[in-house]
Design a protein around this ligand. Structure first.
Ligand code: NAP
Length: 210
């Protein structure tokens, strides 16, 4: 798949590398595509290139956005009309909103008219670098961390769920547009456990079924 990534920090950087390893072609759309941070990522795989944000969206079918949420309303206006393109929104607006919108998801839907899905927001970036956890009492068996995708556009949802699997997660449909803010709350639960309750950042959610 050809993927454009806007934001190449903790989250963007981890996803870019995971997808490049899985064989996807990634174009980083960056404010400074020649900069050291971008160069360091590009040097890790022939499947990664970089250009300006404006150039990166021209041919893009799937755009993954991983920048601070409060800056996403301005970014949405900069990107303009993206109807027919899929945006994967990895951001969380629970602490600071992209005014006048409640979430980046809403900004990308309303301003860009894109097919938006929320995914890769509900866990720490360390789990995007490596979603595998050892099983109790076994040196060999591993458990894969869970990832959730919310949004009502079926094509965007299908792509996000596939990319979550390609990054090594077990992927679940979390529901439609009406569940996007609930999925953002899941990040607050993760942050509470990891930081406030002192469990550390190497924790992940796992759904049990019977
Ligand atoms: N950190 C986590 O564990 C985690 C987990 C889940 C979700 N999230 C969410 O993911 C998003 C990114 O978090 P992060 O930790 O990856 O942040 P980060 O490491 O600070 O990276 C931010 C990235 O956004 C780019 N950027 C900043 N402002 C921009 C703008 N106006 N236009 C284009 N690019 C811009 C930066 O590029 P420059 O080099 O140009 O500054 C950088 O590549 C946040 O919304 C966060 O809530 C984070």
């Amino acid at each position: 798949m050809k993927i454009t990534a806007i934001g190449h920090g903790n989250v963007g950087g981890a996803l870019i590398k995971a997808w490049a390893k899985a064989g996807h072609q990634i174009t980083i759309g960056a404010r400074n595509p020649e900069g050291d941070k971008v160069r360091k990522i590009i040097n890790q795989s022939d499947n990664i290139r970089a250009t300006s944000i404006e150039e990166s969206i021209k041919e893009a079918e799937v755009i993954v956005i991983s920048i601070p949420s409060h800056l996403t309303a301005d970014l949405a206006h900069q990107l303009g009309n993206l109807s027919g393109k899929v945006i994967i929104d990895t951001t969380n607006s629970v602490f600071r909103k992209p005014e006048p919108y409640r979430t980046a998801f809403e900004a990308f839907q309303k301003v860009c008219k894109a097919d938006v899905v929320k995914c890769f927001n509900s866990t720490g970036f360390e789990n995007m670098i490596d979603p595998h956890y050892p099983q109790d009492n076994s040196d060999n068996a591993v458990l894969k961390a869970d990832m959730f995708a919310a949004g009502s556009n079926p094509k965007a949802k299908e792509i996000a769920l596939q990319l979550a699997k390609d990054a090594g997660f077990i992927a679940y449909d979390f529901g439609g547009d009406e569940e996007v803010e609930l999925l953002e709350e899941l990040c607050r639960i993760w942050i509470n456990l990891a930081m406030k309750q002192g469990m550390g950042r190497n924790i992940a959610f796992k759904l049990l079924k019977r």
